[in-house]
Design a protein around this ligand. Structure first.
Ligand code: ADP
Ligand code: MG
Length: 349
């Protein structure tokens, strides 16, 4: 069990800055997800935590101890790249025990720990079977077993489901989450997939060009995104951005968009002025004939219980998620209202 803290971490490769002034705390037992597009610095951050890469500056603390300059082998952290690379010619027992055998752990200890691990994953009945004959889900469990058999202080997982097909990814996500619920080991999990992040994380850190833009529980990231980048990265279809000019002061509760007055959550700090953006998630839009925000339906995508309706308005194209039973046909003129308490406001646009 471990708390991982990084302080002002920075990594420069020649004149390219891959990670910039990153600080965060992963609490003991947390499933922490680092989320961001390819190239934003996720792997580099993970490699620094693991001890595979030396930071240019900043510190890494493990349970309060500075481990910045410790070798990887001295950190007791497991780095998991991919969860499905098994040794096909070995049976389940040898696959799971392999990392221990490599370390020279005595045979009887290997045996005991492999059996403990297999019980935890509910594959103890398969221990003497060759992995080549196993069903997909069981193979994944064996791979997980091999990753956790060392029982390190923490796990770092770098897109471990990377090349799995969609069905297995989902199964494996659930498996990983359940395993985490059982053993509660601190885990830092890297992905570029926002749905995976939302489904698995206790906390999410959203990265952009080497910078952590925001971190917190998934609901907080979703409901109160700190930037347009974060708002855009999480949620599908993405948040609508409606540009307007105005000013936000402490206590502001309404803004004006082209003559329409819109209630917004009360502004709590001295706000911005000039070019602003109102952020509206598709599911926080209602059709209301009396609204001054009017537009024309150009498309309706039926999804069973809801539909995604695309509306062109004087504020740009807006996507709304509404009940599938509400008639919305291309060509219809509609009025839109927004759920005031769920709106976001951003400076600049
Ligand atoms: P991610 O895992 O989010 O896709 P990485 O941490 O792998 O991103 O890479 C971040 C940036 O740093 C990328 O632009 C990558 O090309 C660069 N980078 C990573 N490792 C090196 C290296 N050893 N030398 C030079 N540039 C690197
Ligand atoms: Mg990477």
């Amino acid at each position: 069990m471990a708390e991982i803290r990084i302080e002002h971490l920075r990594k420069q490769f020649d004149d390219f800055v891959a990670v910039e002034d990153s600080s965060l705390t992963v609490e003991n037992g947390e499933f922490f997800v680092m989320l961001g597009p390819s190239g934003c610095g996720k792997t580099t951050t993970l490699r620094m935590i693991a001890g595979l890469e030396l930071p240019t500056s900043g510190r890494i603390l493990l349970d309060g101890d500075d481990v910045t300059f410790l070798r990887a082998s001295e950190r007791d952290i497991a780095f998991v790249f991919q969860l499905f690379a098994l040794y096909p010619h070995m049976n389940v027992r040898r696959n799971i025990g392999f990392p221990l055998s490599c370390q020279g752990v005595p045979r009887s200890d290997v045996r005991r720990r492999v059996e403990e691990t297999a019980r935890l994953l509910r594959i103890d009945h398969l221990l003497d079977r060759p992995v080549s004959g196993l069903a997909g889900g069981d193979r994944q469990r064996v791979a997980l077993g091999r990753a956790i058999v060392r029982r390190p202080k923490a796990f770092l997982m770098d897109e471990p489901l990377g090349t799995l097909d969609a069905e297995f990814r989902e199964l494996m996500c659930q498996e990983l989450r359940q395993l985490h619920n059982r053993i509660g080991a601190t885990t830092v999990y890297v992905t570029h997939d926002q749905l995976e992040a939302m489904a698995m994380a206790d906390k999410i850190a959203v990265m952009n060009h080497g910078v952590i833009e925001q971190y917190g529980p998934p609901q907080e990231i979703y409901d109160r995104p700190a930037s347009m980048y974060v708002a855009d990265f999480i949620g599908s279809p993405p948040m609508n951005f409606l540009p307007f000019r105005g000013s936000l002061r402490r206590g502001t509760r309404q803004v004006r968009l082209n003559g329409a007055t819109i209630d917004v959550p009360e502004i709590r700090e001295e706000g911005a002025e000039g070019d602003l953006v109102l952020g509206v998630r598709p599911e926080h839009i209602r059709f209301d004939e009396s609204s001054k925000i009017r537009g024309k339906v150009v498309d309706a995508e039926y999804l069973g219980t809801t539909q995604i309706v695309t509306v062109t308005t004087g504020h740009g194209t807006i996507k709304a998620r509404i009940g599938a039973d509400r008639p919305a046909d291309p060509g219809d003129t509609v009025g839109l209202t927004f759920v005031a308490s769920r709106l976001s406001l951003f400076a600049g646009g």
